[in-house]
Design a protein around this ligand. Structure first.
Ligand code: FES
Ligand code: FES
Length: 195
């Protein structure tokens, strides 16, 4: 099977085509693009999923963040040839209208977005953080999210929403961490005192 796929791919390359297959939001996809095409272009222009945004195009702002095998990456600076047979998740793949991801739900409840442009990348980084560390402290959130730039400066709301989503996920999983939930409550209190 593997040999057949290799031969088929070789044949397509000889015809001037370069077909790359990978998993996108749980489904197998194949694209015929130049191997150095950035993943962001393939996701947005070739496959039509426009939730992932173009910001700097240089790996600096985080607007284009997606997951590669569960890890957050900058899709603007990742060539499609490096993605072959791997798993990509975009903002369209982490929840649905009828079943939002807890991070998305917290984003709505805390009215996080202002212009909204950076939010897809922010949410993808936040969901990756909570997969790696279900009980992040405020400092850990600030450190992990530091590469996602928001020109509207909505950082305090982003941090609060991540703490809320973490507390929500813990109660969903019945592994409640008093420290994390109290961190969220302390954050609420601090906001009230300073507002
Ligand atoms: S657009 Fe990719 S990091 Fe800015
Ligand atoms: S909400 Fe406007 S750039 Fe972040």
């Amino acid at each position: 099977m593997f040999l057949w796929l290799s031969l088929a791919r070789k044949a397509l390359q000889l015809e001037g085509k370069y077909v790359i297959s990978f998993e996108l939001n749980g489904s197998k996809v194949e694209v015929d693009v130049e191997p150095d095409t950035p993943l962001l272009w393939v996701v947005r222009d070739t496959l039509g999923l426009t939730g992932t945004k173009f910001g700097c195009g240089m790996g600096l702002c985080g607007a284009c963040t997606v997951h590669l095998n569960g890890q957050p990456i900058r899709s603007c600076s990742m060539p499609i040839s490096a993605i072959s047979e791997q798993s990509i998740t975009t903002i369209e793949g982490i929840g649905s209208d009828s079943a939002l991801h807890p991070v998305q739900q917290a984003w709505i409840e805390e009215s996080v977005p202002q212009c909204g442009y950076c939010q897809s990348g922010q949410i993808m980084s936040a969901t990756a953080l909570l997969q790696q560390n279900p009980t992040p402290s405020l400092q850990e959130i600030k450190y992990f999210m530091a590469g996602n730039i928001c020109r509207c400066g909505t950082y305090p709301k982003i941090q609060k929403a991540i703490l809320k989503a973490a507390a929500q996920l813990q109660s969903q999983n019945s592994f409640e961490s008093e420290s994390n939930i109290s961190e969220f409550n302390n954050y609420e209190l601090a906001q009230e005192v300073t507002s």
